[in-house]
Ligand binder design. Sequence first.
Ligand code: GDP
Length: 198
Amino acid sequence: MKALSQAQFLASSADPAGLPPPGPPELAFAGRSNVGKSSAINALTGRKRLAFTSKTPGRTQTINFFALGGGARLVDLPGYGYAKVPRALREQWRTLVGSYVRARSTLVGVVLVMDARHPLTPLDVQLIEFLGGVRLLALLSKADKLTRAQQAKTLAEVNASLQAEVRLFSSLTRQGVDECRDLLERWLVSPHPGRSLE
Ligand code: GDP
């Protein structure tokens, strides 16, 4: 059995001090709100409602942990980029997500979900800067909304600007789902390339 197909909810925390202690390798998912991150997690784990989004901006943000098969974990980071979010909540996101991605020694890779129509927004770039060399999969979501030609252009542009794996993805048509799942399964079993944490 593959690790991702055995996902089960483990824990949720709104506070960097309350995260489960690091243990098994973790694969984290990040992205702007409404970009299709929950749909991508559900498609990749083969579950209908494992991850779900709060449609209410301003609600408490949490990091959600799921146990995968083989002792790994999937980590769903809170979405960012709601236009009307108050400054205090943006600061809370920076503290929570920043402290997780910068300091988590067991993080083996990050899946950054970006809308294929608007990749690499300033907040996506900020997140990538937090990562400091962690393996990255840029998942270009909602690819079904682009023509073949637009898909090829976006793929080439994002590939040229990032040191990352880049894949077109659609939860709707399932484009890229099997390929991304295989890639992530490989990350979970391959030795961690190592990152320098202060
Ligand atoms: P999240 O806020 O990033 O977790 O986003 P959701 O997964 O909740 O998706 C936000 C909206 O985008 C929902 O209305 C989804 O139905 C839609 N959506 C998600 N994935 C896709 C996709 O691959 N194609 C299309 N066309 N819509 C999608």
